[in-house]
Design a protein around this ligand. Structure first.
Ligand code: GDP
Ligand code: MG
Length: 598
């Protein structure tokens, strides 16, 4: 099939606007799976994943479609939805020539709609506006199209109205894809230039790379070079992604997408964003814009039992096989012992990693509160990067502290604007833009310190707007801040893992809120425990955990032995999540309490 009959497109949308459902309908309409397989297939995939431990990421599919007797290849390239993984979204879009921009007909334009459109525009993609869920009684396509024009300034005169649920409008949409998404324009005779836009680990085949070939081709048996690593590897196998099972092929040609098997043991060697070329006759330039994914937030992860340190190292190494954006290095804490300082793309990424470590590797872990990276210019002229608040230099050695800022985009019903301004201002946000998209919906843009986002911002935003506002952010660089380190002392000792960096003007209120939270979270011990917040040697807030008096089981008035046992078991289970700091048992929640101080 010639390049002129290939269409590479992504589907972009805010979460829950119907991306996956529409992808299923398109796949079904192209006849790649029968109606029966459609539902059966999901189950099968999960069984295989469970039985064999294979990660099957069915993001991209190659579909055959016939229009007016002409055969086409439609490559549907899926994008992950969450803001943490916007790095991967841009890689997927870099592999496409067009994008379906899905907007929920009842919900309208949301923050991730806008964020995704900007990435699509940066990648020069043809945008096809699609209003989905028109079957809903509350659907208002005209309002939604107006929002698209108002919020993003895109021309929505040519658009499709569909219901991914019922299939209404889907055949017309596929025709529009064939007509409006440009065909690939690669040079078939040039050296191979293929962008790795996804990679994952398969227990049988090793690390797999999903690529879009821009120029030339990849042939089975050929030696290929991964340009970022400068390593050469032989192509052991090639496959086209298919909704049922990958289909083997001998060659992936210009304009096509496919899966490359290089027999590699880790995904490190084939990072997303890197370029594959022919070893014999390499292309001069990699595909533009390759930068390794960069962690935004860092946290310490520690085994609760100190002898599990090596197990934790093994587990992190295994996770990294499949997640090249995960970074970690050993660190030790006076309070928590030996563990790892771990870097994440965002808060969701952190939660996922911690949960996988605990569930898949049976580890009991304590995670410290996540922190952003600070840059510190010292009085001696040198600059250091701080990933752990306890590493902040002595105040007299600091010239300036720089903190990362993000541009936050918020879409909200008009009635919450006042409350949002209050919230954003209290979080040190600077208003950049406020646009009324129509009488009811407002687009707000703020520059705001990333640290304020890490501090439980998302939950606050949701509660302030009854769940109606949506939010997205992108990093915009470092700015100087008046910041200080706040230390926490438990029974007189500084607990290094509880130190935080806070704006000077908020130090007192946050310190007080923090010690009061800790007072509630640290269980009573046999003795009274003083909790203090201090800046340097100045104690700025304090509280006490009262001593426990009598044994808890005394409450059970003898008799009921099962109740007593249950209580003891409950205490034991609770202990697993505790870490002894000196003589004081501190629960996991205490380390996260710092996130909820406002
Ligand atoms: P994604 O997060 O963008 O992938 O969204 P999903 O495809 O998972 O859809 C989110 C929810 O919307 C699901 O409950 C779908 O069943 C529902 N949904 C998707 N498309 C339609 C549609 O056309 N009409 C209606 N009524 N519901 C839909
Ligand atoms: Mg989905």
């Amino acid at each position: 099939i010639p390049q002129s009959h290939i269409r590479n497109f992504s589907i972009i949308a805010h979460i829950d606007h119907g991306k996956s459902t529409l992808a299923d309908r398109i796949i079904q309409h192209c006849g790649a799976v029968s109606d029966r397989q459609m539902s059966a297939q999901v189950m099968d995939t999960m069984d295989i994943e469970k039985e064999r431990g294979i990660t099957i990421k069915a993001q991209s599919v190659r579909l055959n479609y016939t229009k007016n007797g002409e055969e086409y290849i439609l490559n549907l390239i899926d994008t992950p939805g969450h803001v943490d993984f916007s790095y991967e979204v841009s890689r997927s879009l870099a592999s496409s020539d067009g994008a379906l921009l899905i907007v929920d007909a009842a919900q309208g334009v949301e923050a991730q709609t806008i964020a995704n459109v900007y990435i699509a525009i940066e990648n020069d993609l043809e945008l096809l506006p699609v209003v989905n869920k028109i079957d809903l009684p509350a659907a208002d396509p005209d309002r939604v199209l107006g929002e698209l024009e108002e919020a993003i300034g895109i021309d929505a005169t040519e658009h499709n109205l569909v219901s991914a649920k019922t299939g209404l409008g889907v055949p017309e949409l596929i025709d529009a894809i064939v007509e409006r998404v440009p065909a690939p324009q690669g040079d078939e005779n040039a050296p191979c230039k293929a962008l790795i836009y996804d990679s994952w680990f398969d227990n049988y085949l090793g690390a797999l790379a999903l690529v879009r070939v821009f120029d030339g081709s990849i042939k089975k048996g050929e030696m290929m070079r991964v340009m970022g690593t400068k390593q050469d590897h032989q192509v052991l196998d090639l496959m086209y992604p298919n909704p049922i099972a990958p289909i083997k092929t001998k060659e992936i040609r210009t304009g096509e997408i496919g899966i490359v098997v290089l027999g590699l043991k880790t995904v490190d060697a084939i990072q997303v964003g890197d370029t594959i070329t022919t070893a014999k006759n390499p292309t001069a330039q990699p595909v533009a814009g390759f930068e390794p994914a960069k962690p935004f937030v860092f946290a310490g992860i520690y085994p609760i039992e100190t002898d599990k340190f090596e197990d934790l190292r093994d587990a992190l190494n295994k996770l990294k096989l499949n997640d090249s954006s995960l970074s970690f290095e050993p660190e030790s804490s006076m309070a928590l012992g030996s563990g790892f300082r771990t870097g994440f793309l965002g808060m969701l990424h952190m939660e996922v990693v911690k949960e996988r470590l605990e569930r898949e590797f049976d580890l009991d872990l304590i995670a410290t509160a996540p922190t952003v990276v600070y840059r510190v210019k010292k009085t001696d002229g040198t600059e250091v990067e701080i990933q752990n608040p306890s590493e902040l230099p002595e105040p007299q050695k600091i010239d300036t502290i720089y903190e990362p800022y993000v541009k936050a985009t918020i879409l909200t019903p008009q009635e919450f604007v006042g409350n949002l301004i209050t919230l954003l201002t209290s979080r040190r946000g600077i208003q950049i833009k406020m646009d009324y998209l129509n009488e009811t919906r407002v687009l707000m843009e703020y520059d705001i310190p990333m640290n304020e986002i890490v501090m439980d911002f998302y939950d606050k935003l949701k509660s302030t707007t009854k769940g109606y506002a949506s939010f997205d952010y992108e990093p915009i660089g470092f700015r100087p801040g008046k910041l200080v380190k706040l230390d926490i002392r438990v029974a007189g000792e500084i607990v290094d893992s509880l130190s935080i960096i806070v704006p000077e003007e908020k130090a007192r209120s946050r310190g007080l809120a923090f010690v009061n939270q800790l007072k509630e979270l640290i269980p009573r011990q046999l003795f009274e425990v003083a909790i203090q917040a201090s800046i340097g040697n100045n104690v700025i807030a304090r509280s006490n955990v009262k001593s426990m008096g009598k044994n808890v089981t005394a409450k059970c008035y003898g008799g009921d032995i099962t109740r007593k046992r249950k209580l003891l078991e409950k205490q034991k289970a609770g202990k697993k999540r505790m870490k002894a700091i000196g003589k004081v048992e501190v629960p996991q929640e205490a380390f996260m309490a710092v996130l909820k101080l406002d």
